[in-house]
Design a protein around this ligand. Structure first.
Ligand code: GLN
Length: 232
């Protein structure tokens, strides 16, 4: 059994749980609301939602320390959308965070609301290049107030890019992104996976399968405290 934790304090965690179950016969999803729920997890999904709200709740629940310990133990973490913002090391100018705390670890620059506000949400087909399977159909990428990855360090593997339409390029004139014709929307760096779109609200299980396959190599997580001691 491959236990995958899903941070369940805000956002699209139920949809992630359903796809974890669907993507692999041995995968099981558990909801993580406090540190002790990470026990036996081989990986953790941080869902989409609203990253400031999620960070505030995580702080109030005392979750940052256990999440940091989990990440430092070398277990896999996948952030989608707001979850990607959680994992990013660099939040770009013009996409202020309001002082929220993040986990970090992923050597990318993220522009928090690159695609605009709710009414600019959209979906499109993007070529599947994340695995080497032959004749893989493209995947449906759903962007909801999505962040974009605008730079990536040398150890970051780019798994998917989005070509900007002319209308979006026109809006970049006069910004530091002027002249840019694509952005990165999915990356992997060691044990970290991040996507700026929401695979959990489609019926395509490939992103979840990719993550569960990453996690399958890990051992179940042991809590860093004595047995029975409650981590809150
Ligand atoms: N723009 C949102 C944020 O900053 C993320 C949106 C999402 O997760 N769908 O948190």
């Amino acid at each position: 059994e491959i236990v995958i934790g899903v941070l369940a304090i805000q956002g699209s965690y139920r949809e992630h749980e359903a796809l974890v179950r669907k993507c692999h016969p041995n995968a099981r999803a558990v909801e993580v609301r406090k540190g002790s729920h990470l026990k036996n997890c081989r990986g953790l999904i941080i869902p989409g939602g609203e990253s400031t709200t999620m960070a505030n709740i995580a702080r109030r629940f005392g979750l940052f320390e256990p999440l940091r310990e989990f990440q430092a133990s070398g277990r896999c973490v996948w952030g989608t959308c707001a979850g990607l913002i959680f994992l990013a090391d660099h939040i770009e100018r013009g996409s202020k965070l309001g002082g929220q705390e993040l986990l970090g670890g992923l050597d990318v620059g993220v522009n928090r609301n690159f695609f605009g506000s709710q009414i600019d949400s959209f979906e499109c087909q993007i070529p599947w290049t994340a695995t080497t399977g032959t004749d893989e159909p493209p995947f449906r990428a759903v962007f909801i107030r999505a962040p974009a990855i605008t730079s990536a360090g040398p150890n970051v593997e780019v798994l998917a890019k989005y070509k900007l339409p002319e209308s979006k390029k026109a809006k970049l004139v006069g910004t530091s992104d002027e002249g840019r014709d694509e952005v990165i929307v999915a990356v992997k760096q060691g044990k970290l996976l991040a996507t700026s779109f929401h695979p959990e609200i489609t019926s395509d299980t490939r992103w979840h399968r990719l993550f569960v396959d990453m996690c399958a190599h890990e051992t179940p997580y042991e809590l860093p405290t004595e047995d029975g001691e409650e981590l809150v």
